[in-house]
Design a binder for this molecule. Structure first.
Ligand code: SIN
Length: 489
């Protein structure tokens, strides 16, 4: 892979780097507000070529022996680790993610390749017990075929890995459309893929990476007759549009959409541990993840003490240049992201919340104006914007509850259902509350529940479909059964 100073700005299709032929995607370093690159986008015609190449790639992948597929997937994980530092720096450059976290993201991405390879080795069909003497049923697992992945800017590499690793391991091909804010990491990944595919004799057209006008690219890829599956991580609004397009062609969608995670702290929680976990979920990429805790629901009796301890931890966070080792809070992704955070804070204050810490932009010499201070809003109400929508920023919106029942009502009173967190030392309550939370992921005394072996995904407006674990592989697999009639003896 090239060093971040030598950026790949061509798209990858037909097993090669092809210069886009349309309006460029402009990539900005959110820390300094400087232009990093202009990546020429693909036209409808080039997108069609990518879809065609994806169809050919699917055929080639289907024919590839399991051993080679597994070798390819394992190689990709190893290659990410081998180039971790260069990838992490590139990821930080275009996303503003603190470098320490970007290294963690590369490792997280690699773990999806490791896990998918192992899952594919263990995958098996079935022969159910026969109900009659002269028949056997053989259940075969076959690859879905040509797939499309649309990935977000908040995990420029890990979300590619979560979608692509099981696709390749199952014997599918995939066209990747990375977010317009972070195409460079995806194109750097394409270089890695091309090299590793060539090294193990896998088809170089099993993966394509296209950049450009998102609605046009999605439409052309989803209209192509070979496309069998879409996986999308992004907003609920876009997810609904894509689901409609999938419905028209009966393409199976997996949609990982926005969240509004509650973080429940009960009176019997170990408060130091709860604060530790709160820091993990809230300050992972400054709160710009779909599973970040958005609403802090605190038992009235410990509210003050929890916030006091959380505040002292938050005061230790270093805000600064994300390339610096000590930095834990970098810039928000763009002006729209910053404006949303500011709007939520202002609206909460207008409606009676108190800014206990932070509350505004931190001026950084030589850097952009997108650095928002770690903030605590005390006395929030469920009707405030910061509680109804995901803020996607370093803001703790705190409100209190009196009973477990009230806490659960508040936690579930949202159209979203991606993640939730519960902090308590009472194992009965932990299980009771985890079961009652209407969402796909529960962090039980755990502020960092994401891991390659877990089936990640949401419910309600947070979408459907699971990625990760053997369920991630299943999503790229079709079942077929062969009913075999035996000749009577
Ligand atoms: C996301 O924010 O969409 C993904 C978060 C994760 O994998 O932990």
């Amino acid at each position: 892979m090239a060093h971040p100073s030598v950026l790949q700005t061509s798209c990858y299709l037909e097993g090669d780097f092809v210069r886009g032929d349309s309006a460029p995607v402009v990539v900005i370093d959110p820390s300094r507000d400087v232009l990093l690159a202009e990546v020429p986008g693909v036209s409808a015609e080039l997108t069609r070529r990518a879809a065609e190449s994806n169809a050919q790639g699917a055929k080639a992948m289907r024919a590839l022996p399991l051993l080679t597929r597994v070798e390819l997937v394992r190689r990709l994980g190893a290659a990410l680790r081998a180039q971790s530092e260069a990838l992490a720096r590139l990821l930080t450059l275009e996303s503003g993610k603190p470098i320490v976290e970007s290294r963690g993201e590369v490792e997280y991405a690699a773990s999806f390749f490791d896990h998918a390879a192992s899952a594919a080795e263990l995958a098996a069909g079935e022969i159910p017990a026969s109900r009659v003497a002269d028949r056997r049923v053989l259940v075969l697992r076959e690859p879905v075929g040509a797939t499309v992945a649309i990935t977000p800017w908040n995990f420029p590499l890990a979300m590619i890995a979560r979608k692509l690793a099981p696709a390749l391991a199952a014997g599918c091909s995939q066209v990747l459309k990375p977010a317009e804010q972070t195409p460079l990491t995806a194109l750097a990944f394409a270089e890695i893929f091309a090299k590793e595919a060539a090294a193990c004799g896998a088809p170089r057209n099993a993966v394509s990476v296209v950049v450009g006008d998102a609605p046009l690219i999605a439409r052309v890829l989803l209209e192509h007759p070979s496309t069998r599956k879409l996986t999308f991580t992004g907003s609920t609004e876009v997810g609904r549009i894509l689901a409609g397009q999938c419905a028209a062609r009966l393409i199976r969608p997996a949609l990982e959409l926005g969240g509004n995670a509650p973080f429940l702290v009960f009176a019997d929680a170990d408060l130091d541990r709860a604060v530790e976990q709160a820091m993990l979920t809230k300050f992972r990429f400054m709160g710009q993840t779909c599973i970040s805790a958005n609403r802090f629901l605190l038992a009235e009796s410990i509210q003050e003490e929890f916030l006091r301890r959380l505040e002292s931890r938050m005061r230790l966070l270093t805000v600064g240049d994300p390339m610096e080792e000590a930095t834990r809070v970098g810039p928000l992704i763009n002006d729209a992201g910053l404006a949303k955070v500011q709007r939520h804070v202002a609206q909460a204050v207008d409606h009676g919340a108190r800014v206990r810490l932070g509350g505004g932009i931190v001026a950084m010499t030589g850097l952009s104006r997108r650095f928002f201070a770690p903030t605590i809003l005390d006395g929030c109400a469920p009707s405030m914007q910061c509680a109804c929508e995901e803020t996607f920023g370093p803001v703790v919106a705190a409100m209190s509850f009196q009973t477990e029942e009230a806490a659960l009502l508040m936690a579930n009173a949202t159209p979203s259902g991606l993640a939730a967190y519960v902090m308590t030392q009472d194992i009965d309550r932990l299980m009771r509350v985890a079961e009652a939370l209407d969402c796909g992921v529960v962090g039980a005394n755990d502020g960092a529940p994401s891991t390659a072996e877990a089936p990640f995904g949401g419910r309600k407006d947070s979408g459907f479909g699971r990625e990760g674990g053997h369920h991630g592989l299943d999503a790229y697999t079709e079942l077929k059964y062969v009913s075999l009639r035996l000749r009577a003896k």
